[in-house]
Design a protein around this ligand. Structure first.
Ligand SMILES: Cc1cc2nc3c(=O)[nH]c(=O)nc-3n(C[C@H](O)[C@H](O)[C@H](O)COP(=O)(O)O)c2cc1C
Length: 333
């Protein structure tokens, strides 16, 4: 809830900023979440994990549930279709240290939707209500919901979903301004997000295509939302949270980060990835982050190609020196 002092709260948690990192499977692992928190993200959620606890024994699932050393509040996102399974998954995550349970009804991915989970659930409002009520009743920590504006452009039932979520005791909503049928195409629309915000008293966060400080401010103004979530624009630019926070506070744009600083961020990020995943997987995960960092700068085509073929942590670290000053002068794209 937004308190009288203006601070944004979810349950007992006072959030340091109203600009959050959107959960992204394969991206928002613990090293990336901690990096974004350091740059001022007010809240970061884990990559979605299945509510089916039988799937939790794989190394991938175990890593997704690893929140060691993360600052509070630790948010775990679960996805599923069965109320009892979802409740059990929520309970077990809280026992393991989750301080907020986020329910994913926003993911359009086929393997989730085939089982009527993620955003496919929006077709069945009674089931949505049962899931939310059961999960809220199963845990003592706040439960939040991340969803889309509706099932398809002809069925934007986001307002009804928001109301039933509030009635079920959900404490905050994040709304991606697309329907499930939109997948990631077209521009996110924020009129429905505004209607959702106006229909409930719990905090609502707008999400979708927010990629600059100016856009962040425009979406906050257009939707009246309490906060915003940034996903893809944080890839290769985790400092976007600082840029947006600064702009919202001062109405001024931060200067571009100096090249040395960017390199330090990349180096520390790589070290965290190798430590978290081990060298072999760490190199693979690092590769995509390196490409994203390069995409922020012009003149990095050959470096990008180089990163694609490097096989070891040592080679990746050494290649960071090839990120040259001339790139910085050409500036970010
Ligand atoms: C690679 C990728 C993985 C994602 N995984 C999740 C997820 O695990 N849970 C979720 O709720 N949304 C997931 N999303 C959706 C994002 O959280 C977000 O809603 C979407 O990307 C729109 O925001 P953006 O335009 O700021 O990226 C994912 C998106 C991407 C691109």
């Amino acid at each position: 809830m937004t308190a009288v002092d203006g601070a944004l709260r979810i349950g007992p948690h006072v959030l340091p900023s109203r600009v959050f990192l959107a959960p992204m499977a394969g991206v928002t692992d613990r090293p990336f979440r901690m990096l974004c928190r350091r740059f001022g993200a007010g809240l970061v959620a884990s990559e979605m994990i299945s509510a089916d606890t039988r799937l939790w024994d794989t190394p991938k699932s175990q890593r997704r549930r690893d929140h060691d050393g993360e600052p509070s509040p630790r948010v775990v996102q679960i996805a599923g279709y069965d109320p009892a399974m979802m409740a059990d998954a929520a309970r077990r995550n809280v026992d393991a240290g989750a301080e907020i349970i986020d329910i994913n009804m926003g993911c359009p991915a086929k393997k989730v939707c085939n089982r009527l989970a993620g955003s496919a659930l929006l077709q069945d409002e009674a089931l949505v209500a049962r899931i939310l009520e059961t999960v809220v009743g199963a845990v003592t920590v706040p439960v939040t919901l991340k969803t889309r504006t509706g099932w398809d452009p002809g069925h934007k039932n986001g307002v009804r979903i928001a109301r039933l979520a509030e009635a079920a005791g959900v404490q905050a909503l994040a709304i991606h301004g697309r329907t499930r049928a939109d997948m990631y195409t077209g521009a996110a629309e924020h009129d429905t997000v505004r209607a959702i915000k106006e229909s409930v008293k719990i905090p609502v966060f707008a999400n979708g295509d927010i990629d600059t400080p100016q856009r962040a401010r425009a979406v906050l103004a257009a939707t009246g939302c309490d906060g915003i979530m940034i996903g893809r624009a944080a890839q290769g630019r985790p400092w976007i949270f600082d840029e947006v926070n600064y702009f919202l506070a001062t109405n001024e744009l931060r200067a571009d980060l100096p090249l040395e600083k960017v390199r330090d961020i990349m180096r520390a990020h790589l070290e965290d990835l190798y430590a978290f995943y081990g060298d072999a997987t760490g190199v693979r995960v690092a590769r995509k982050h390196l490409i994203w960092y390069c995409q922020q700068r012009s003149g990095t085509d050959s470096l990008r190609r180089n990163f694609l073929r490097l096989e070891t942590a040592r080679e990746q670290m050494a290649a960071l020196t090839q990120l040259r000053r001339s790139d910085a002068i050409e500036g970010a794209v």
